[in-house]
Design a protein around this ligand. Structure first.
Ligand code: DQA
Length: 145
């Protein structure tokens, strides 16, 4: 069965309890359900991983070369996760960078992503809906598996 990687970085395992006024009340499990529902008809299986450590994020990317693609919220690794960036530079599948919050409306240190230029697309500020749209975008790219 074709697998879609859903990869969330540091501090995203506590969604629902983490600054809900910024990140919303949905938990990571809610987001997993949203994405799984979106791709179910295409027969894709969602493989969800969340890590607080950059090395584990690197390994997750390296282990997913056979996936149909990936939806990745790198958390703060967007700002300075250089080894994670190197892993993504070699990732052979399409992937979408998602951020729940509109980082442009926040502190200036969040205004750049070192990863975005490698992504097939980037979604900011739409909350959990962003993950659903990312799944749709990957489906529409005609990614087959
Ligand atoms: C985030 C935005 C990042 O700046 C922050 O470090 C996060 C969450 C988001 O989803 O809005 O951990 O990626």
């Amino acid at each position: 069965m074709s697998e879609l990687l859903l990869l969330n970085g540091p501090n995203l395992g506590i969604l629902g309890r983490r600054e809900p006024e910024i990140y919303g009340t949905e938990t990571l499990e809610d987001i997993e359900r949203i994405v799984a529902r979106e791709v179910a008809e295409s027969g894709w299986k969602v493989v969800s991983r969340q890590y607080d450590c950059e090395g584990e994020m690197v390994r997750a990317v390296q282990d997913s070369y056979d996936a149909v693609g990936a939806i990745i919220n790198p958390g703060a690794l967007m700002i300075a996760g250089w080894s994670f960036r190197d892993a993504l530079a070699n990732y052979p599948r399409p992937w979408i960078e998602v951020h729940l919050s509109n980082v442009w409306a926040r502190e200036s240190f969040r205004h750049q992503s070192i990863l975005g230029e490698l992504a097939s697309g980037v979604i900011f500020g739409l909350g959990a809906e962003g993950y659903r749209l990312a799944a749709q975008a990957l489906l529409r790219r005609g990614v087959t598996g």
